[in-house]
Design a protein around this ligand. Sequence first.
Ligand SMILES: [Zn+2]
Length: 136
Amino acid sequence: MTYKRKRHHKEDNYRRRQWNKKPKTKDLDQIDDDMKEENAQKLIHQEIDFDKPGLAQHYCLHCARYFIDDRSLKEHFRTKAHKRRLKDLETEPYTIEESERAGGLGSFSVAKKRKVETQECNSILENKPKEQKMEN
Ligand SMILES: [Zn+2]
């Protein structure tokens, strides 16, 4: 009896942990969309947002995460999580076209591999303060 109760309790905890999982981040196909030049520029150079960590000025495009400062963003670039993500993004997302090809319509082609590199970390340098001292 005791054993059973204990076990149930454990499961309960486990389930609760599942609920409390990290906030859901973007799906890989959404990130793929973000990686398009125009979207990427918009995301990396976001407007200052006081609700986001680091005022939304330190964003990792590939992981869809905000960082509090340039240093933590750079540190993140060196983490396993980030590198794994880059690798995941190297394979282009599965398309309907592709599944048709796999299903015998047209010729089969292997999912394209592409080089995904960490974004340049120069947002700080470019976001110069708007009010520049006038030297008269
Ligand atoms: Zn990242």
